[in-house]
Design a protein around this ligand. Structure first.
Ligand code: GN1
Ligand code: MG
Length: 365
């Protein structure tokens, strides 16, 4: 493989390459933090894009450039109250592109690294959940005047329940990795919730919720926090494309109001934390609350159940298919992730009335 220093040479960076170390816990791309000298020169985030999943890297890059430029432009036109928000920036290559394809066919890109920031896999406090809500709310707000259909649908049907179910059922039927017998209770769990999980799709088909520009990967670890634990940016813009706002809200709750890790083995640790849920919703609705359509507000609590189910279903499908999609750390990792998601869903089901009341209380204020 071509070495990282040679990759970095393709990009117009400030300073000299010093070091590269793996960062992040993404399941798809590979990322490194790149430091430079002299000491004051900026750091960068280098990524190898998984082009087996993101098969159209030029279109992907184009989406990101359009959205980040738009966000920056809108921030410029605003008063200082939003000056805390940073928009990550793709670094150009010497050839004038924003990605580089190496001789082995790998695709690389470079972002600036927002100084003194960290991301977290698990939420530390309601204050941080509220900060994350504010950041994703602002992302939603600032991208709201991009025409959704003008963005390339980079991963078609990404959160489409009927398509995901079809793939799941085909996989169960084919049993390509011989793992169906060992996952009977998870398969039955998934099948038992199918009907209710079509709700958002139906709302869209009935025109009760609009297609918007959405982030589509609003995991808590895609929020950057500064040293004072204030959220100042959102990252991982690969899946920004047309979608429903409910997907973004739900996915943020799935990861941002879970007391356990996404792949927690001890299921007693996996629960919905209502204080975190309330805090995220407060931060988020404080920014975008007034622009939501009634059916969006009415299904915010449900969206958390939906996205938890959907991602659980995707982990289970990948397990049954032989682990070709998500990176895994050990045998059975995807099954463990699916179990943790389904446990979280059960916890949400138990507390669903309280979740709905929390949203109702915001809505009546
Ligand atoms: C993947 O790579 P990462 O962690 O940012 C996945 C998301 C899932 C997530 C589950 C392109 O995101 O859809 O919600 O794993 N991204 C893609 O943790 O499939
Ligand atoms: Mg990510």
């Amino acid at each position: 493989m071509i070495g990282i220093p040679r990759i970095i040479k393709q990009f117009k960076i400030e300073g000299q390459f010093e070091s590269a170390s793996p960062i992040g816990s993404g399941h798809i791309n590979d990322s490194w933090l790149v430091t430079t000298t002299p000491a004051g020169a900026p750091d960068y985030v280098l990524q190898r894009i998984n082009h087996h999943i993101f098969t159209n890297v030029p279109a992907l890059t184009d989406n990101i450039l359009r959205v980040t430029r738009h966000l920056r432009q809108r921030l410029l036109c605003r008063d200082d109250s939003l000056s805390w928000f940073r928009v990550i920036q793709l670094i150009a290559t010497r050839g004038g592109n924003h990605f580089f394809r190496d001789p082995d066919g790998n695709y690389w890109r470079l972002y600036d690294h927002v100084r003194d920031t960290t991301s977290y896999d698990v939420v530390g406090s309601p204050a941080m959940a509220s900060e994350a809500g504010k950041a994703f709310g602002l992302f939603q707000y600032l991208s709201s005047d991009i025409e959704a259909s003008s963005l390339f649908e980079i991963l078609p049907d990404f959160h489409h329940i009927a398509v995901r179910l079809q793939t799941f059922r085909d996989t169960v039927h084919r049993d390509p990795a011989g793992r169906v017998a060992g996952a009977q209770s998870e398969i039955a769990f998934a099948e038992s919730r199918v009907e209710e999980m079509h709700t958002i799709l139906h709302l869209g088909e009935q025109g009760k919720i609009p297609l918007r520009v959405t982030h589509n990967d609003t995991k808590f670890n895609n929020v950057l926090f500064n040293r004072d634990q204030q959220a100042i940016s959102v990252v991982d813009l690969d899946t920004v494309m047309p979608g429903y706002l409910l997907y973004d809200f739900g996915d943020a709750i799935r990861t941002g109001a879970n007391t356990g890790d996404e792949d927690e083995a001890d299921l007693t640790k996996v629960n919905i934390d209502l204080a975190l849920f309330e805090a995220y919703a407060r931060g988020y609705l404080g920014v975008v609350g007034k622009s939501l359509w009634p059916a969006e507000t009415a299904h915010l609590a449900f969206s958390a159940k939906y996205m938890t189910y959907l991602i659980g279903l995707r982990f289970l499908t990948d397990h049954l298919n032989g682990d070709h999609y998500f990176k895994t750390g050990f045998p059975g990792h995807n099954l463990q992730r699916a179990r943790a998601q389904f446990k979280l869903l059960q916890s949400m089901e138990e507390h669903f009335g309280e979740m709905e009341n929390i949203i109702l209380a915001f809505d009546s204020n």
